[in-house]
Design a protein around this ligand. Structure first.
Ligand code: HH2
Length: 273
């Protein structure tokens, strides 16, 4: 699944594809690079992001979905029923739902649904998230959501642990380390680690440990807003994105949601050892 963010403020590509032509061209480029699904979103869900009015989100997403749908399977990345419905009318056949509440829309429209786990909402989710056992809690939540969707009549249901959505780096790593437990639920699994902040943190740490901090391969920087952490910026997180995509696929995930489609497809095509 390749990502097209039609937003001014997404964490890794905000503003690059807000323009209609640029968004469509990027989506088509991802198809030539090997994406099976293109995920079109009109609202950033990065930590601290403010909600976008429904009309605005719909106006961003629908024309891009319409233009891409004849060429590739399109999913709509939204947590708003009206936007999901409009995108399905425009040709989307998968609702990628970070709120895990829109299964009635998918059931009524006869399309697929991705249920993602998020703790709280984007505005507040990274304020001290805590779990007793993150893998057990996320897994139980997703299975309950998937069963509700199946009971409501959704034929194609995916579950997604929601890497970075109300989770610390340790939580994200636990979910990846024990991804096989989510796979063992029998529901097909989607994973989205691409360019996420925890990778920026881990890459900066790895460079520091190997003594290459000042000479590369990455250039870490202090995060904006006076935050104390030093991280590798989003465009420079490719190694972490690829390593975790390959790891996820090897653990049994059926789909990975990525920005760097060509590199991910090449990495996933490597013969298994
Ligand atoms: N992550 C993001 C958005 N949508 N959907 C699923 N199913 N899984 C994810 O992990 C996931 C998602 C966040 O990434 P991005 O779209 O690049 O950024 P932003 O939310 O800032 O637009």
């Amino acid at each position: 699944m390749g990502v097209v963010n039609v937003t001014p403020d997404s964490f890794s590509d905000g503003g690059r594809y807000l323009d209609h032509e640029a968004a469509v061209a990027h989506g088509l480029q991802l198809v030539t690079e090997g994406a099976d699904v293109v995920d079109v979103g009109g609202e950033s869900t990065r930590p601290g992001a403010a909600p976008v009015p429904d009309d605005e989100e719909r106006a961003r997403v629908v024309p891009v979905v319409e233009a891409l749908a004849p060429h590739v399977r399109v999913s709509v990345d939204t947590r708003t029923a009206a936007v999901a419905e409009a995108a399905v009318d425009a040709g989307a056949t998968l609702v990628n739902d970070v709120s895990a509440t829109l299964h009635p829309v998918a059931a009524a429209a006869g399309v697929g649904w991705v249920a993602m786990h998020m703790r709280g909402d984007p505005a507040t989710m990274q304020r001290d998230p805590r779990y007793r056992d993150v893998v057990d809690e996320v897994g139980a939540f997703l299975v309950e959501r998937a069963e509700a969707a199946r009971a409501a009549g959704v034929g194609e249901v995916w579950i997604d642990p929601g890497i970075g959505f109300g989770k610390t780096t340790a939580h994200n790593l636990a979910l990846l380390a024990r991804l096989d437990e989510l796979v063992a639920t029998g529901w097909p699994v989607v994973v989205g680690t691409s360019r996420k902040r925890f990778l920026g943190q881990l890459l900066a740490q790895a460079d520091a440990t190997s003594g290459t901090e000042s000479t590369g391969p990455h250039i870490p920087r202090r995060e904006p807003g006076g935050a104390a952490a030093v991280v590798v910026p989003p465009d420079d997180r490719i190694e972490g994105s690829l390593a975790t995509a390959v790891w996820s696929a090897a653990a049994g995930a059926g789909m990975v949601r990525v920005h760097d489609v060509a590199a991910t497809v090449a990495a996933l095509r490597l013969p298994a050892p």
